[in-house]
Design a protein around this ligand. Structure first.
Ligand code: NMX
Ligand code: MLT
Length: 437
């Protein structure tokens, strides 16, 4: 049986002529124009990134390697005794586009185990940070602290051929994926659980081991598997994916690039929205003093938030124009899980789903009034006892690493250029608009 790395190399060799031909023979074909609104407004909708790992349709939502979320969960080999797939198998899918066999998944499981040992100095770095440091700052610092181990940086310094860049990049990305779960769980146990880290269990898969190191019983292992897969990739234009890609385009290694992407994920309009959702919901419940909220009360709270110039966290999206299927997948998990289905916080989140889109539509600003992934993820964590909601974006980050690291491996395989879009001045915009005096 070919290893994941051998299979990946075969795919890379098959793919390279497609990219070369497009650039050489069809490089002048237009994909669109750029308007002034796009130049000022965050490049929304500008088609200038290429990835085959996932695609986001505004109405349908994400497809990973051509598969919807339900198709992905159905197709991948499941962990014995679990309803959810191995995260390791999902990594195989993202990298190669193939659904792995059980044996192929096992090869990745073993490979990650062999790479999993987190160096002691990473824990030292974390321990020197004040305990009130945000966990995303800790996560990012831990990642970049390992940069000294980058095989890509070492091979580059030795003078490796461009054609081989993907190989050490793959090595660094695989090592990062193997270590991130323990780093995340360590931060959690050090910061919130009286400094009681739990050693990894080498007999478990990534999701199972993460649950174990968090100190969580079943079915949190399935929650972890579901959560990491759902948050993995959302094509390439989102802040964390784009940042990771941008930094890697300078031939910065995976440690620098991922750490930068994680810093982007820490913004409240991006990944941190999941902690904001819980903060908003908990504040609202506190104000009610334990009373069951009415729809009218909820509507007023939503208007109060909007009228005070704040966004409703967990709602809206730069690309999506319907309910995020990642929201739906998590909602379905809640509906089928006894206890969670009737959990008051879930009922409140469901009530927000009933009320907020209408309020946002009446407010008339957001192009998409529907919920995104962050509106639903916190309630599941809270139910299983992970109530420290400033940790939630770290969970998002472990998942997001799968997508962005698979992408930068392919970036180096296909020789994508250093990213350098052109800027213009306001004078130039006024000239283009025909209003310059
Ligand atoms: N609540 C209130 N106003 C909103 C919301 C919202 N949830 N969503 C968009 N708007 C406003 C937005 O601030 C903008 O206002 P202004 O013209 O005053 O600048 C206007 O509607 C138009 O924005 P859009 O074009 O609809 O959205 P955009 O593409 O600029 O931004 C988000 C997308 C996701 C940043 C935005 O919808 C938002 O801030 N949502 C709340 C935060 C959130 O849930 N972020 C998580 C996204 C998913 N993730 O995990 O990364
Ligand atoms: C993401 O998962 O990155 C978010 O939904 C944001 C985006 O896609 O723009």
């Amino acid at each position: 049986m070919a290893t994941l790395k051998e299979t990946l190399f075969k795919k890379i060799q098959e793919h390279r002529p497609r990219t070369t031909r497009l650039v050489k023979e069809f490089g002048d074909v237009k994909l669109g124009d750029v308007t002034i609104a796009q130049a000022i407004g965050g490049a929304r909708g500008v088609k200038c990134l290429v990835t085959d790992i996932s695609y986001l349709d505004p109405m349908e939502g994400i497809r990973f390697r051509g598969m919807t979320i339900p198709e992905t969960f159905k197709a991948l080999p499941k962990v014995p005794g679990s309803e959810y797939p191995y995260v390791e198998g999902f990594w195989y899918l993202l990298l190669t586009g193939d659904v792995p066999t059980k044996a192929q998944v096992q090869e990745v499981v073993e490979d990650w185990k062999a790479r999993a040992q987190v160096p002691e100095y990473v824990f030292d770095v974390l321990r020197t940070m004040p305990r009130d440091t945000h966990p995303m700052t800790m996560f990012s610092a831990a990642i970049v602290s390992m940069q000294r181990e980058s095989i890509f940086a070492k091979k580059y310094a030795e003078g490796i051929s461009k054609m081989d860049y993907w190989d050490p990049m793959y090595e660094d990305c695989s090592t990062l994926m193997a270590r991130l779960p323990q780093i995340a769980a360590y931060i959690y146990r050090m910061k919130y659980k009286g400094d009681t880290p739990i050693a990894p269990n080498p007999d478990l898969d990534m999701g199972g081991n993460f649950a174990h190191m968090m100190g969580q019983d079943k079915p949190y292992d399935d929650v972890a598997r579901m959560y990491f897969i759902l948050h993995s990739d959302h094509e390439s234009g989102n802040v964390s994916a784009h940042t990771t890609h941008l930094v890697a385009s300078a031939l910065s290694d995976a440690y620098y690039s991922l750490s930068a992407g994680i810093n982007g994920l820490a913004g409240p309009l991006h990944g941190l929205a999941n902690q904001e959702v819980l903060g908003w919901t908990q504040d609202f419940m506190k104000k009610l003093g334990g009373e069951v909220p009415t729809k009218e009360g909820l509507e007023k709270a939503l208007w109060d938030t909007l009228n005070s110039g704040q966004v409703i966290p967990g709602y809206g999206h730069a690309v999506l124009r319907k309910t995020d299927p990642r929201y739906t997948a998590q909602r379905e998990f809640c509906l089928k899980t006894p206890g969670l289905k009737d959990y008051p916080l879930f009922q409140l989140v469901s009530m927000i789903f009933e009320v907020a889109p209408d309020v946002l539509q009446k407010h008339g600003k957001a192009k998409n009034p529907w919920p995104n992934v962050d509106a639903q993820s916190g309630v599941i964590q809270w139910y299983y006892g992970i109530t420290e909601y400033d940790f939630y974006t770290v969970l998002f980050g472990v998942g997001r690493a799968l997508g962005v690291l698979a992408n930068i491996t392919w970036d180096r395989a296909l020789g994508y250029a250093i990213e350098r879009p052109k800027s213009v001045t306001t004078d130039m915009l006024e000239e283009a608009a025909g209003i310059k005096k």
